[in-house]
Design a protein around this ligand. Structure first.
Ligand SMILES: [Cu+2]
Length: 110
């Protein structure tokens, strides 16, 4: 069981590498710093909200570090504003969002 999860992760990583190979300087990840999360339950809540944002492929939220890594669906972009608002709607406060369109310390306008 554990091994197959590792293999799946490695495959996903390899596929991610292939898809960003042509644009190594603008990886398709958006990293958000979030205030107010304390446990896995908080992280789950934020993850669910982020995964509901259009064109978001996956979101991985770390309550201890206070970060979310959000990945766009292949060939698509999501709205950083929608990501910011999704986190707010879960009850937490984004403090910084770094993505392909820039770094924001207040809610992006689009
Ligand atoms: Cu919690």
């Amino acid at each position: 069981m554990k091994n197959s999860v590792v293999v799946a992760n490695v495959l996903a990583w390899m596929m991610a590498c292939v898809s960003v190979a042509g644009a190594a300087e603008t990886p398709n990840n958006t990293i958000v710093s979030i205030k107010g999360m304390h446990c896995a339950g908080c992280a789950n809540k934020v993850t669910k909200k982020l995964q509901a944002v259009p064109n978001v492929n996956s979101a991985s939220v770390d309550a201890d570090k206070g970060t979310a890594v959000v990945n766009a669906a292949a060939g698509k972009d999501f709205s950083p504003k929608a990501v910011w608002e999704a986190i707010e709607s879960a009850g937490y406060k984004p403090t910084e969002l770094k993505g392909p369109t820039g770094t924001f310390t207040a809610k992006p306008t689009k």
